[in-house]
Write a protein that binds this ligand. Structure first.
Ligand code: FAD
Ligand code: NA7
Length: 486
């Protein structure tokens, strides 16, 4: 480092992307500081080091999803011969789950701090703002601290939005609060039908709470819509209610502490109902406003919020950005981590590799999971034209569903491919148990230019659900029945 700056890299935001970049940079010999500060949610929820994924995202979500799946398994287990002497008394205890989840999170917070100390990354529990293009100020409990650096990395992520309706902020909660809610959520209205809304409604219902999802336009906008419909149907099948084409209007608190929600449908008819919890999952706001980017000359994208970086570089050459704060990039933890790591290798090592944001696999942990990689059917048709695209599809029967006689009508998969030649695979979609585990390996195959020919030439593992992808042979174009022979 030159005499004029204190650090090689100052990272603003100690979440998935920021921490990955910081750790990689110090490993490569750079002097690094990480600022992390969590502004409490309107309800007062706050958490430790590690960002969204660890504290209020992927990790608590997956644990609560697992809790819900276990409830379903208890029912299945009975038909497999397990006996529960007091079967009628089986119930779930929210507090036990919440405490276990929070204890796990605390341990991850602690391990993260120790890791930073071991790697000699300076961790500052303070809110970062730009003073100018070469200086960041950290507001800590002890006061202001000014940091200068050769490079800066903006990795501030985002926080849930609230709708602009009376009572939303006062009485509503978001994913920032749900995983640590002091009292059980009870009857819950989930506003928003993105993946976070569906996942929350799914696990709440699985834990035994009445759950309703309010959908403004379509479920899972941006995802393959046929798959989105099946995910919805599988949730309805488990008793989740859906209010389609509705928008919230106001939330009021009743004397007994319950919440009265008022909403309108598309022809402006008004409805009300009473809930114990109203959870908003209507999207997330990137935390750039607080950064005073204008002091550094960093421009935001057309949405006025996110950073439109090229290879993670902002319009100010020594200021970079990774993770959820990036414009039109997948908002996923492994994406933030990978981009952060590659960036540090380029800045401080001999790395040349840049982040490939295409064909990133993802999974929606709805009660019946949905995993996907690559293009949706509609996106492939839009890009290449219907004539050029072939869709293979199948309903399938997971072996383990037979004995408990579980509904198999939503177990469905499809492969989106080019129609000509070896039929290059453009997208793979899978609805069923363990969808993430199923899709992950195929994502690697797609990176290696998987073709339908290669897929059909692969010998499956029997009996698994992933083998269904090696058995595809029915195209939508053929009009043949995609249901399995019984
Ligand atoms: P974050 O992890 O959000 O970290 C940013 C950090 O910066 C935060 O700690 C924040 O408090 C801090 N900060 C912000 N501003 C400042 C400032 N000015 N100064 C100092 N610190 C600041 N992704 C998946 O891959 N799989 C999943 O299953 C999944 N499930 C999710 C479920 C939910 C409910 C949510 C909300 C998200 C989920 N995600 C999932 C998305 C994933 O959590 C994010 O993509 C990931 O955390 C983004 O990482 P990041 O580094 O960009 O930001
Ligand atoms: P998403 O995926 O942006 O979904 C938000 C959902 O909330 C979506 O169904 C929206 O409907 C709905 N929405 C948005 N604004 C409103 C208002 N004002 N009232 C009612 N419903 C609304 O957000 P998530 O929270 O699931 O995920 C957060 C991010 O993580 C997301 O950006 C992903 O990229 C990753 P719409 O379809 O717009 O009509």
């Amino acid at each position: 480092i030159g005499n004029d700056v204190e650090f090689d890299l100052v990272v603003i935001g100690g979440g998935s992307g920021g921490l990955a970049a910081a750790k990689e940079a110090t490993t490569l010999g750079a002097k690094v500081a990480v600022l992390d500060y969590v502004t409490p949610s309107p309800l007062g929820t706050k958490w430790g080091l590690g960002g969204t994924c660890v504290n209020v995202g992927c990790i608590p979500k997956k644990l609560m999803h697992q809790a819900a799946l276990l409830g379903e398994s208890i029912q299945d287990a009975k038909s497999y011969g397990w006996q529960f002497p007091q079967a009628e008394n089986i119930r779930h205890d929210w507090e036990t789950l919440k405490d276990a989840v929070q204890a796990h999170i605390k341990s991850v917070n602690w391990v993260t701090r120790v890791e930073l100390r071991d790697k000699k990354v300076e961790y500052i529990n303070g809110l970062g703002t730009f003073v100018n293009a070469n200086t960041v100020s950290a507001t800590t409990k002890q006061g202001e601290r000014t940091l200068t650096a050769k490079y800066f990395l903006i990795a501030v992520g985002g926080r849930p939005r609230y709708p602009d309706i009376p009572g939303a902020v006062e009485y509503g909660v978001t994913s920032d609060d749900i995983f640590s809610l002091q009292k059980e959520p009870g009857r819950t209205l989930v506003v928003g039908a993105g993946y976070i809304g569906l996942e929350c409604a799914g696990f709440l219902k699985g834990l035994g709470y009445d759950a309703t999802v309010m959908v403004r336009s379509v479920v899972l906008r941006g995802f393959d819509q046929q798959m989105a419909h099946i995910v919805t149907a599988a949730m309805q099948d488990r008793g989740v209610n859906f209010l389609f084409k509705c928008k919230p209007k106001k939330i009021e608190k009743l004397d007994n502490g319950q919440l009265k929600a008022t909403w309108v449908n598309e022809v402006n008819e008004e409805f009300t109902d009473v809930f114990d919890t109203v959870l908003f999952a209507i999207g997330r706001r990137a935390l750039t406003r607080e950064l005073k980017l204008e002091n550094a000359g960093v421009k935001v994208a057309g949405d006025g919020e996110k950073i439109d970086a090229v290879n993670e570089q902002s319009n100010v050459p020594h200021i970079y950005a990774v993770g959820d704060v990036l414009y039109k990039k997948p908002e996923l933890t492994p994406v933030a981590i990978h981009a952060g790591r590659l960036l540090s290798r380029r800045l401080f090592g001999n790395g040349a590799a840049t982040m490939d944001y295409d064909n990133v696999a993802t999974t929606i942990f709805s009660p019946l999971e949905y995993g996907a990689v690559g293009l949706s059917e509609e996106e492939a048709v839009k890009r290449f034209g219907e004539d050029k695209v072939e869709i293979y599809h199948a309903y399938y029967k997971p072996t383990e569903f037979f004995i408990p006689q579980k509904n198999i009508s939503h177990c469905y998969l499809k492969v989106v491919a080019m129609r000509d030649g070896e039929q290059k695979v453009l997208g793979m979609h899978f609805i069923g148990p363990q969808a993430g585990e199923v899709i992950q390996g195929f994502a690697a195959a797609i990176k290696c230019n998987l073709t339908v020919n290669a897929l059909m030439g692969t010998v499956g593992i029997h009996p698994t659900i992933a083998e269904e992808f090696t058995r595809i042979n029915i195209t939508k174009r053929s009009g043949k029945d995609p249901n399995p022979a019984s």
